[in-house]
Design a protein around this ligand. Structure first.
Ligand code: SF4
Length: 311
């Protein structure tokens, strides 16, 4: 007899992290204060639905500040922006609103501190990701060494007579990053870095939650956009633990054949995913499997808020 889906377990941490909630609030408030068109450099957060909703309200997302008329207002995204872009914006007399997550800003400050002391800085992250591009801008170019994985450690050729440090992107795999840092410490025993890497609480909590789901579920759906680093890490984490896992941007991408012959489904979401997407996924599954049980443990993120910058 084939199994039928009976249970849904929702990850305890769902919805926006504090950094994403704050960045979205900044855009909402700026829309009220400055009207449209309102310019945002880079997608404010990496979620297709959030971006589509803002575009409908008159927000214009750009990558190049030359596309913003001088004297306009421009918001810098939650992922952080390199100093050179602030300089460009000032030269063009743009009114800058910086929506960088405070946890990314903390890493920028560490990068500046390292460079002021001549520390050779190993930056662990995904090349081409906006956060990594932003943070790289705070490190002296001569002292910057970007690596993505453990294999990259052996290609480093740092001067051991000079100080060496590491920093990380906030949305990496906790487990993979521990492996990279361990390899760095073996090769460069004097290397310095933040005690808990730089992976943020939201990324860590979501990876912990999906690991818990893998203990009870036989299939996992991750809600998140293809551009979202922390959403992709969730799918990889559960897949690596042996549970078939699928990432979907919206409910339209949900393929019910994935659930055939399964008993227990886990549903999780990245830190930039609106709850309405998770709710729509759960509704579609409830409609397909009437009477299915939906379970969720309390979130440990209640009450975490970041201040909204002045606009
Ligand atoms: S995922 Fe982490 S670093 Fe990124 S916005 Fe959220 S709290 Fe900030």
């Amino acid at each position: 007899m084939s199994l039928t889906l009976k249970e849904i377990y929702l990850a305890s941490t769902q919805g926006f992290c504090a950094g994403v909630a704050s960045a979205i609030e900044v855009v909402d408030r700026a829309l009220v204060k400055y009207g449209t068109p309102l310019y945002v450099r880079h997608h404010i957060v990496h979620n297709t639905t959030v971006i589509d909703d803002f575009e409908k309200k008159g927000v214009v997302f750009i990558e190049d500040l030359d596309d913003v008329p001088s004297h306009s207002t421009v918001i810098f995204s939650a992922h952080g922006t390199a100093p050179i872009e602030f300089e460009k914006a000032k030269k063009r007399h743009l009114n800058i609103i910086d929506a960088t997550c405070p946890l990314v800003t903390k890493i920028h400050r560490e990068a500046v501190r390292f460079s002021s002391r001549g520390v050779q800085t190993v930056l662990i992250g995904h090349r081409g990701h906006q956060e990594l591009i932003g943070t790289s801008g705070y490190v002296d170019a001569d002292n910057l060494h970007v690596i993505e994985n453990e294999a990259d450690v052996s290609s480093l050729n740092l001067d051991v007579s000079r100080p060496i440090g590491f920093l990380t992107q906030t949305t990496l795999s906790v487990d993979d990053t521990q492996g990279i840092i361990a390899a760095l410490r073996v090769r460069y025993p004097t290397i310095i870095g933040p005690p808990k890497a730089g992976i943020c609480y939201a990324t860590t909590n979501r990876q912990d939650s999906v690991k818990q789901l893998t203990e009870i579920c036989d299939v996992i759906i991750v809600c998140g956009s293809p551009t979202s680093s922390n959403s992709n890490r969730l799918r990889e984490t559960s897949q690596a633990l042996g549970v078939d896992s699928y990432i979907i941007d919206t409910v339209d991408e949900l393929d019910l054949t994935w659930l055939e012959g399964r008993f227990c489904l886990g549903v999780t979401s990245g830190a930039s995913v609106p709850m309405k997407i998770v709710d729509a996924v759960v509704k579609r599954i409830r409609d397909a499997y009437p009477g299915i049980n939906v379970n969720q443990d309390p979130s440990k993120e209640e009450g975490i808020n970041f201040p909204i910058p002045n606009i």
